[in-house]
Design a protein around this ligand. Structure first.
Ligand SMILES: *Cc1c(COP(=O)(O)O)cnc(C)c1O
Length: 419
């Protein structure tokens, strides 16, 4: 056999066509606990007429991977169920989800109001690209609904809410703020990453005679799925959820026009994460409360910021939305911040963060590993800080390690700090 013939005989019998086209169908009756992962850019139509008439916008059919697959539609419907909304969009990160709401709802000349303790990159986005597009942003005090009321103007089109706020974790007067916005006809969007759909139901917060169900809440809920729903600290994804058909249409137009898709493997991870979401949220909540209380008693600690601790800023507002007769202890995310006594300078604080062994120096939260991060409040806040003690702030995100081990790590590392 000469070499040419060998080549022929090797390729003989199987063609690339056969390697691509297939007849495989999952056998009828096959069932397993996990959702199959469908990966697609192309979606195959059985006929031209089906190609021409299929509508993916109501999630009833498939046309192109970017517009949804059975895998993405499954995650969308589970998230809508979790938060109590109806329509859900998936985006490549939590930040992309925040941007989608701004881009879909704001035009040149509009104003958007943001809480003073909003997620930092949201503030940067509004002061950067959105300002260039002629959209003005103004900060308000999330603990004071009158301050919000004074700041709403004729061109205010959107009010952002965050419960609890980033880093300082003040829990806003959520009900008061929503009432003000509803009275003035302004759309509300909540960053619901902290509550994760478990601490409170964002669309069911208030009684209202205007709503057909007698109950209302925020208009839009954004969730960084990167945090609790993923649970693994290993992927990025965001969602935007609403109950309002008109808002849903505006949001999905933006989503479609900007080509915002997510990868099927990441969707699969989030679907798995959702299965243990309640268990993890509650375990991290309990561990965080135990460690926050432990730190409250430490001589080097001036203040512990955790909405479930009485005396923490916004504690009463947190109680109002999460504590029920069935669940008097309420629910809170496993994250808190500590302000150390001013006798500890920055160098001492940084050295403390580096002495910790189990708490890793990293951004984000909701994952299996506990994290720590020092923040410079002076550069972050514009409004009043009268409710905060002076001193340097460190944020702790509690993972799934043993609470005793975490407490020992904190105790050992704090021995270098002063009262
Ligand atoms: C992490 C986070 C985001 C952004 O999510 P990414 O997926 O990291 O972009 C938005 N809001 C809050 C409150 C967050 O903690």
């Amino acid at each position: 056999m000469n070499p040419d013939q060998k080549g022929e005989s090797l390729s003989h019998g199987v063609s690339s066509t056969e390697l691509i086209h297939h007849d495989y169908k999952a056998p009828m009756g096959f069932e397993s606990p996990q959702t199959p992962v469908y990966k697609a850019s192309s979606v195959i139509f059985p006929s031209v007429s089906q190609m021409q008439t299929r509508n993916w916008e109501d999630r009833s059919a498939y046309t192109y991977g970017l517009h949804g697959t059975p895998t993405t539609f499954t995650l969308e419907s589970k998230l809508a169920l979790l938060e109590g909304g109806e329509q859900c969009l998936l985006l490549p990160s939590g930040l992309a989800a925040l941007a989608a709401v701004n881009a879909a709802l704001l035009s040149s000349g509009d104003e958007v109001l943001v809480p003073d303790n909003a997620y930092g990159p949201l503030l940067s986005m509004l002061l950067g690209q959105f300002k260039k597009w002629g959209i003005q942003s103004t900060r308000y005090n999330p603990l004071d609904s009158e301050d919000l009321s004074h700041k709403i103007k004729d061109n205010t089109c959107l009010v952002w809410l965050e419960a609890a706020g980033s880093v300082t974790l003040e829990f806003p007067d959520l009900l008061g703020l929503i009432r003000v916005c509803q009275d003035r006809g302004v759309t509300t969007a909540l960053d619901n990453t902290w509550g994760a759909g478990l601490s409170f139901k964002p669309f069911e917060l208030l009684h209202s005679s205007h709503s057909p169900t007698g109950i209302t809440g925020v208009d839009i809920s954004v969730h960084a799925l990167t945090k609790y729903p993923s649970g693994g600290a290993d992927l990025l994804m965001g969602s935007v959820i609403t109950r309002d058909k008109v808002l849903a249409k505006r949001l999905s137009k933006y989503h479609e026009q900007f080509g915002l898709g997510v990868g099927a493997n990441d969707v699969e991870s989030v679907l798995k994460g959702l299965q243990s979401l309640v268990l993890r949220y509650d375990a991290q909540d309990q561990a965080a409360r135990a460690l926050a209380r432990f730190l409250q008693g430490e001589p080097s600690v001036a203040q512990v910021l955790h909405p479930a601790l009485s005396g923490s800023p916004g504690h009463e507002h947190w109680r109002e939305v999460t504590c029920t007769p069935l669940r008097p202890e309420g629910r809170a995310a496993g994250i808190f911040s500590v302000i150390f006594r001013p006798s500890n300078d920055l160098e001492a604080i940084y050295a403390f963060c580096e002495r910790l062994k189990l708490f890793k120096l990293a951004y984000s939260w909701g994952g299996p590993m506990s994290l720590v991060m020092p923040y410079d409040l002076g550069s972050m806040r514009k409004g009043t800080m009268a409710h905060l003690e002076p001193g340097h702030l460190v944020r702790f995100c509690i993972g799934l390690e043993s609470v005793e081990d975490l407490q020992a790590d904190l105790a050992r590392s704090m021995s270098g700090l002063s009262a």
